[in-house]
Ligand binder design. Sequence first.
Ligand code: FAD
Ligand code: SF4
Length: 472
Amino acid sequence: MPNMRPDKNPMPHQDPQVRACNFSEVALGYTREQAIDEAQRCLNCKNMPCVAGCPVKIHIPEFIGRVAEGDFEGAYQIIAKDSALPAVCGRVCPQESQCEAKCIRGIKNEPVGIGRLERFVADWHNANATEKPVRPAPNGHKVAVIGSGPAGLTCAGDLAKKGYEVTVFEALHLAGGVLVYGIPEFRLPKSIVQKEVDTLKELGVKVETNMVIGRAITIDELKEEFGFEAVFIGSGAGLPKFMNIPGENLKGVYSANEFLTRINLMKAYKDGSDTPIMPLKGKKVAVVGGGNVAMDAARCSRRLGAEVYIIYRRSEAELPARAEEVEHAKEEGIIFKTLTNPTEILGYHNPDDPKDPRNGSVAGIRCVEMELGEPDASGRRRPIVKEGSEFDIELDCVIMALGTSPNPLIKATTQGLDTEKWGGIIADENGLTSRENVYAGGDAVTGAATVILAMGAGKTAAKAIDEALAKK
Ligand code: FAD
Ligand code: SF4
C-alpha cells in the first residue's frame, strides 16, 4: 500500500538566521528514513506523467521504487542512464515546473518530492560507491568540446563512454561553467561539481582550462591543425545585459555575472583576494531583476553583511525565480520591492572636495512605481509606469541581474557559423550548426535557460556526433 500522506517530507534546512551569515549549503538533504517514506508516496502510475515532465526522461517511478525498497545504488544506476549530473539536478532543477508539476499526487495534495529523492540517491552514491568508472577502449576518433558547463560536460561524458578521445577547452581556470562561477556554494557545493569533473577525467576526458577558443585557438584550427573531427560548442550565455540608464558606469555597479564570478570562483570575499569586491558589511545593496540569478546575487550580498533590496518591475506573482529561492531569500531578510523600476543610478558628488574618494560612487537609485496592464507578447501583464510615483533609495551598490546573451567571440572567429540576431548559435534538432561537424547546444543556442535543458542538448549532440563519425 502506498503511503497516502498528503504532504512531502519537508527538506531539513539550516536555520535562516544562521545561514544568512555563512556560505554552507542551505538544504541539508533527506535522511535514509525520510527518503524511504517519501518514495512510498509514489503510486507507480502506469502512464508515468512525471516522466513526460522530465526534459531528459529519467525513469522516475522505477528509481523511486528502488528507493522505497532501500536499494539506493539500484536507484542511482536507473537515474544515471539518463542524467549525467544527478547530484546537481537534484539540487537546482526547477522540478516544480517539470516532473513534479505532472505528478498525480500533486492534483489533490503535494506531489512526490522527486527532486529531493534524486538528490538523496546521488548523494548516497557519491558517499558510498567505490567502483571507478571503466575507461572504454579508444575508437580512434577525436572530438573537441568548447565550454565545461552542463552542456559540454554531458556531451564529453557521453562521447568518452563510447571510446572517443575528448578534450574540453574551458576559458576559465576551473571547469563547471555556471555550476562553479554562477550558482553559489550555499545552493550547490562546488565539491559536487568537482566530483563530476573528476569522474569525466577518469573516463579519459582531457580538460584544458584557461583556453579561450577564438583567442588561443580558433575552431578552424582545432579541426584543421589539431585533428579534431567534430567540435561541440557549449560556451553558454555569459554576456550580461544592462538597462542603459544613467549612472550604470558608477563605482559600485556590477553585473550579476561579474559579482557572482568574483564571489564563487575567485572567493573575492576572503582577505587578500586578487579580485576583491567592495566591502559590503553594513552597506545597502539593490539587485535589479527577479530571476534565479538575482536571488543568488541578493543572497550572496546578504551573506557578506549587506541590507539587500530586490527591485523588480512586475508583481511577486511574475517573479521568474524558483518559488523556493524566493522563499529562502525572504527568510534570510531580503526586502522585495516589486512593481518598481529603476530610472537612474545616483552618484555621490562632494562639491567641496573633488578628491573625496566617494566621488563617482553609487549613492542611491531613483525608481518609479509600476502597475500591471494588459498581457504582452510573453503572456505576462505589461508593467506601466504610475504617474508621479518617482522615489529614491539610498544605496552603496547596485547589481544588475537582467539576463545574459552568448558572447560574440566564437561567432566572430568562426567562418560561416550562423547565429541569430541576438547572438544565439543556430543549430538543428540534433545540434548541428551551419558548419560541417560543428555542433552546439545549451545556453549558447537557446540563450539563458536551465541546467537540465543544457544537459539534454549535450546528450543529443553527442548522439549525433557519434552517428556522423561512425560513418567515416
Ligand atoms: P555554461 O554553464 O554557461 O557553461 C559555458 C562554459 O563555456 C563556461 O564555463 C564558459 O567559461 C565557457 N566558455 C565560454 N566561451 C568560451 C570560449 N570562447 N572558449 C572556451 N570556453 C568558453 N538553471 C537551473 O536549472 N536551475 C538554477 O537554479 C539555476 N540557477 C542559476 C543561477 C545563476 C547565477 C546563473 C547564471 C544561471 C542559473 N541557471 C540555473 C541557468 C543554468 O546554470 C544554465 O542554463 C546552464 O549552466 C547552461 O549550461 P551551458 O553548459 O550551456 O553553459
Ligand atoms: Fe509516482 Fe507521481 Fe510519477 Fe505517479 S506521477 S509515478 S505518483 S512520481
